[in-house]
Design a protein around this ligand. Sequence first.
Ligand code: ADP
Length: 259
Amino acid sequence: KAGAAEVRLGMTAERKARQIIAVGSGKGGVGKSTLSANLAVAMARLGRKVGLVDADIYGPSQPRLLSTEGRRPEAEGNKMIPVPSPYGVPMLSMGHLVEPGQAIAWRGPMAGKALEQLIDAHWGETEIIVVDLPPGTGDVQLSMLAKHKPAGAVIVSTPQDLALMDATRAIGLFEQAKVPLVGMVENMAGYICPHCGEESDPFGNGGAEAAARTMGLPFLGRIPLDLSIRQDSDAGNPPAAGDGPQAEAFASIARGVLA
Ligand code: ADP
């Protein structure tokens, strides 16, 4: 009996030491998954033991982004063992449990249970788990935040007014769940033309930074709209793992989150 208590205490200590960083957005398509993957990779490059949970259970994209598509997590006891990715970031995604492209149409409670298993896995020495939340501000998000109490949340927005209004709703979600806001990232700000290199602003520029300032949130950095980000992401090569200018942009955001 004493032995079992020790094991439990050990696990509690392990869980206490581990922190969850949630990445959220008010709506889909703003680059939340891209940021989550690259933030995790950038933190790992900075020497932290980082894991990634793809909580976007209705549209999991992390296996593609970190080249673990088709992999199945092993289990020990009744818990999953995270899948190692080539970028030093162990990870778990619903995408690892269903066939690629298979639609996942679950009701809230089941979705919540599935997410539970991804977070409550054998994370071993992992110190920080980056959680790519589903877009929006529904029940799955709220119950996850209430249950796992992330140490902090990062909000992603594009510079468009509409996306920013959605971001404001996401901020409300984290405040309601009493999750401290680490800051805001502006994605798809400034378009670098692949032909002439000229920079333009299809979605405006600086909107998220101004909004962050108005709301008293730290501004963590800006990622331009860059064709190479989409191409590399689709090919399973996270830009944060490379040596281009985007790797430094993600590293700078990672340093801001860790500070
Ligand atoms: P979300 O998780 O918010 O739905 P994703 O991260 O899946 O958004 O991004 C949506 C699409 O936009 C993906 O095809 C992704 O590769 C692309 N994308 C994201 N950020 C950028 C960027 N800064 N430049 C170019 N393409 C991007």
